[in-house]
Design a protein around this ligand. Sequence first.
Ligand SMILES: *[C@@H]1O[C@H](CO)[C@@H](O)[C@H](O)[C@H]1NC(C)=O
Ligand SMILES: *[C@@H]1O[C@H](CO)[C@@H](O)[C@H](O)[C@H]1NC(C)=O
Ligand SMILES: *[C@@H]1O[C@H](CO)[C@@H](O)[C@H](O)[C@H]1NC(C)=O
Ligand SMILES: *[C@@H]1O[C@H](CO)[C@@H](O)[C@H](O)[C@H]1NC(C)=O
Ligand SMILES: *[C@@H]1O[C@H](CO)[C@@H](O)[C@H](O)[C@H]1NC(C)=O
Ligand SMILES: *[C@@H]1O[C@H](CO)[C@@H](O)[C@H](O)[C@H]1NC(C)=O
Ligand SMILES: *[C@@H]1O[C@H](CO)[C@@H](O)[C@H](O)[C@H]1NC(C)=O
Ligand SMILES: *[C@@H]1O[C@H](CO)[C@@H](O)[C@H](O)[C@H]1NC(C)=O
Length: 441
Amino acid sequence: MMRSARTPMESLLFFWFSLLSILTISCAVDTITTTQFIRDGDTIVSSSGSFELGFFSPGSGSSKNRYLGIWYKKISTGTVVWVANRDIPLTDTSGVFKVTHQGILILHNTTNTIIWSSNMSRTAQEPVAQLLESGNLVVKEANDASPDNFLWQSFDYPCDTFLPGMKLGKNLETDQDWNLSSWISSDDPAPGDFTYWCDVRGYPQFRVSNGSVGVFRSGPWNGVRFSGYPSLKANTVYKFNFVFNKEEFYYINGLTNGSVVSRAVLNHNGEFQRFTWNNRIQSWTVYLTVPADHCDNYALCGVYGSCNIGNSPVCGCLDKFVPKYPEVWDMADWSYGCVRRTQLDCHNGSDGFLKYSNVKLPDTRYSFFNGSMSLDECRAMCSKNCSCMAYANSDVSEGGSGCLLWFDDLIDIRTFPEDGQDIYIRMASSELGEIGSFSKK
Ligand SMILES: *[C@@H]1O[C@H](CO)[C@@H](O)[C@H](O)[C@H]1NC(C)=O
Ligand SMILES: *[C@@H]1O[C@H](CO)[C@@H](O)[C@H](O)[C@H]1NC(C)=O
Ligand SMILES: *[C@@H]1O[C@H](CO)[C@@H](O)[C@H](O)[C@H]1NC(C)=O
Ligand SMILES: *[C@@H]1O[C@H](CO)[C@@H](O)[C@H](O)[C@H]1NC(C)=O
Ligand SMILES: *[C@@H]1O[C@H](CO)[C@@H](O)[C@H](O)[C@H]1NC(C)=O
Ligand SMILES: *[C@@H]1O[C@H](CO)[C@@H](O)[C@H](O)[C@H]1NC(C)=O
Ligand SMILES: *[C@@H]1O[C@H](CO)[C@@H](O)[C@H](O)[C@H]1NC(C)=O
Ligand SMILES: *[C@@H]1O[C@H](CO)[C@@H](O)[C@H](O)[C@H]1NC(C)=O
């Protein structure tokens, strides 16, 4: 029922109510101090209204559990990006969230049982908790205006969502990981089977694991992109960077255009998916997914096998290699992989190296690298050691530089139609110099 004309009194009231609601909106706080707290039903909102923090129940409504989390505010229908008490849900609406005088965030229920708390290495003077426009919940000193001097930040404890400005990787000084871990299901944010993590054994690379089983490997960063990720290219949505120094090793991205909203998620099926928000249809659109195809399954073709998505079957042995067990291989069980057609003769000093192009570089779990060596020095170093199976440039930008050496059988290789890179594999001298064909046996 519509109201028509207003009396002067109603108009005055209407005016005051409008003013009041404007005031509440413009006063919407993004910060709590040690004397304030957030109860179930209260929220705080980041300064320009992008993100909101409060209590929620996940999924389609079947779960009554309550979690403290952060979700998109301006857009969408409550897409959650971070959860504090992932493992320990509140079963009622008695949750209270606050920041202590020590600067520790605490979530407790009415009987004062601590459900979740943050961790802190420094002591605080006058701490506040603030929800930033990036979606980062930070604890900092009230009078500290510096943009990144935080006592604690939720970006250091990712859940399943990778937001612009977040790091994925490892702090090598503190040994702290920035991992993603999937939710169990859309109704349960507790850590599920899948982890997206940075493996720093050998030359660093990212993996998706299901428990302890490898599912996907990004391949090493080659100065331009991840070796196994040719779809990672300059684009209009997001920019990416990779930082690798003595202290840290991480992948980070930012938005190219501030008016595009984008996030990436490790979903409960173990897929790492990037979404962009489509304002016109008011929903998220998938921008890219890894694993992208069958060949992205970790080690599908075994050692010295190579996966080519354009072939049928997808697995073949690298040129000069043959299936280790041909009968098994022919039954499409490729897990035993391939062996050299001609044995190496390293101790007689007669091996050489054969170049393979357009590949995803093999697993670097057992590798060595030196960013300042040339390809010639790299070859010399590899040929001196009979357990060195291959070498390649660690950086392919500007004509190539740096050295990567492999000290184990080569595994999880795929061949791309383009955009792959070169690797030089140790080979008996009798196999060098002739042009062979790709063995599909
Ligand atoms: C508070 O949490 C504790 C531990 O989970 C639980 O035993 C207790 O019943 C909870 N209290 C209320 C009022 O929910
Ligand atoms: C976090 O808490 C654990 C256990 O309470 C403690 O061992 C660890 O040192 C803390 N970490 C930091 C950074 O304070
Ligand atoms: C990150 O994942 C790796 C591999 O699953 C695991 O060893 C490590 O403990 C994880 N770190 C954190 C902080 O979850
Ligand atoms: C992940 O591991 C679980 C338990 O081992 C298994 O049941 C499930 O099929 C695996 N999922 C994928 C996608 O590999
Ligand atoms: C950013 O995106 C908006 C909307 O798609 C577009 O109108 C604008 O031109 C873009 N700006 C830049 C710098 O690309
Ligand atoms: C090394 O070469 C010599 C002479 O060519 C040959 O007799 C010997 O078997 C070779 N050694 C190995 C380990 O292959
Ligand atoms: C890397 O290679 C350069 C050039 O050969 C050499 O000077 C340097 O000592 C090497 N660094 C390491 C850690 O091996
Ligand atoms: C060859 O390299 C491996 C792995 O780095 C090392 O353990 C071994 O000592 C090296 N052998 C020689 C002869 O240098």
